[in-house]
Design a protein around this ligand. Structure first.
Ligand code: ARG
Length: 449
């Protein structure tokens, strides 16, 4: 195994130590960013007179050919190396010979790994943001298609008041829009830097960046700056924690939405039908059609929270500056990005294939208790104090439940015994889902898109 170190050691590393300390089996994902960082670095070295033109050209060609192999997927990470930095160094040595030994001048893997991970995060934030946007569109389309439809709204999972289906989905669109904002914020907090060295900076003046290299990288969205504090640069993992936190919150939102859909798809609610292509069956019970996708989305939130707590705890007692513990931020980070991206992809498709069972929903909206607040509001609008109105309608509901009568079928005298303002015509008008949602004026109508 070619290593980036070894001179001071009198013996080869124990195989168990090699196995235990290596990271290439996951940090191979950073290959592209590592090479881009090196392309930037050789421009800096040339500018500083540490590489001549011919050496620079040779290294650049070598690095570019590795970049091409990553793009066309012929690049195969080799598990016998310690990490991705060592493997790319080895490949470059094979391609360019001795000149590659100059690549690591004024550079440390401590600086490289932060750069690579930050670049990976920038890319994946953008990807996740786009997926969140598409998912929001699919929720919006579903809300629009089902236009003015009402559903029973719940608090404490008990029927509360009718709500517009549009507003239900809008609530999730609001949540996911905040998630997008959180990711944008994490993106803007990431400062891509190089030049920190191991912890104390290097003898190169890092402000002397080559203009061409800068342009090349900036075209790819990479605005590399010199590190303003080397100790902080190599030991900062705030950006990982911020992202894991944003992803955990998104996972929580998707989990809550999934929970509602699982309930709505049950026979007990029977509000929706999820397309067969997005459900799974039982090996024993032939009749079963299970919402496993939604259950897994709900379940994965545990892993997303775990990943956040994992990195928070790993960082908590670390002395400045770099410590090898930090190697352990990668797996939770990669895992959380993948979970949320996969969830958004499958949910976007699943929600395009949800059908509302309008008749069943209408039947459930026939539950007169949903309109108790509207009946109380009618009294209040006619000068009855709210607390009195609450008691009067509470008694009417109790009477309805004990007598097993519908309020809309109660006679004039029966209704009047609760309050003279309650007449058969009035209660018929009020016990109506459309009337109920239309009477709510305190929330301003939102225009989306
Ligand atoms: N694999 C390491 C990580 O992920 C890279 C930096 C290693 N630096 C070192 N001095 N061993 O953090």
């Amino acid at each position: 195994m070619t290593k980036l170190w070894g001179g001071r050691f009198s013996k080869p590393t124990d195989k168990l130590v090699e196995e235990f300390t290596k990271s290439i089996h996951f940090d191979y994902k950073l290959a592209e960013y590592d090479v881009l960082g090196s392309i930037h670095h050789i421009h800096v070295l040339k500018r500083q007179g540490l590489l001549n033109n011919a050496e620079h050209k040779k290294l650049k060609n070598g690095l570019m050919s590795i970049l091409v192999s990553i793009a066309d997927e012929s690049f195969k990470p080799n598990d016998s190396f310690e990490d991705i930095h060592s493997y790319i160094q080895y490949l470059l040595e094979k391609k360019t010979g001795k000149v590659a030994l100059k690549l690591h001048t004024c550079r440390s893997r401590n600086d490289q790994i932060v750069f690579d991970t930050k670049y990976y995060c920038l890319r994946n934030i953008n990807k996740t943001k786009k997926l969140l946007e598409s998912f929001n569109v699919s929720l919006f389309d579903l809300a629009i298609q089902n236009g003015e439809m009402q559903i029973p709204g719940y608090t404490h999972l008990q029927r509360a008041m009718p709500i517009k289906l549009f507003n239900y989905f809008n609530a999730y669109i609001e949540m996911l829009t905040r998630d997008i904002k959180r990711l944008k914020n994490a993106f803007s907090n990431i400062k891509l830097t190089l030049g920190a060295g191991a912890l104390a900076g290097t003898f190169i003046q890092s402000s002397k960046y080559n203009q061409k290299a800068k342009e090349y990288l900036e075209e790819r969205g990479l605005f590399i700056r010199p590190s303003s504090n080397a100790l902080d640069t190599v030991s900062d993992r705030d950006f990982v924690i911020e992202i894991l936190s944003a992803l955990a919150i998104t996972g929580m939102h998707l989990s809550r939405l999934s929970e509602d859909m699982i309930l709505w798809a049950s026979k007990e609610f029977d509000f929706i039908d999820i397309d067969d292509a997005f459900c799974t069956g039982s090996s024993l019970m032939p009749q079963k059609k299970n919402p496993d996708v939604l259950e897994l989305v709900r379940g994965y939130s545990g892993r997303l929270y775990g990943n956040l707590v994992n990195v928070l705890v790993m960082m908590k007692g670390l002395p400045l500056s770099y410590n090898r513990d930090m190697q352990l931020d990668k797996e939770p980070l990669f895992d959380s990005f993948k979970i949320v991206q996969d969830e958004l992809e499958v949910l976007t498709k699943l929600f395009k294939n949800v059908k509302f069972k309008k008749e069943n929903i209408a039947k459930q909206l026939g539950d007169e208790t949903l309109y108790a607040t509207d009946l109380a509001d009618h009294l209040v609008k006619n000068k009855v104090a709210f607390k009195d109105a609450h008691t009067i309608i509470g008694k009417l509901i109790r009477h309805k439940l004990t007598s097993k009568k519908d309020i809309v079928n109660m006679g004039a005298d029966e209704l009047k015994s609760f309050h003279p303002l309650l007449t058969p015509a009035i209660v018929k008008k009020i016990i109506n889902p459309e009337y109920s949602v239309k009477s709510k004026k305190s929330v301003k109508k939102r225009v989306l898109r």
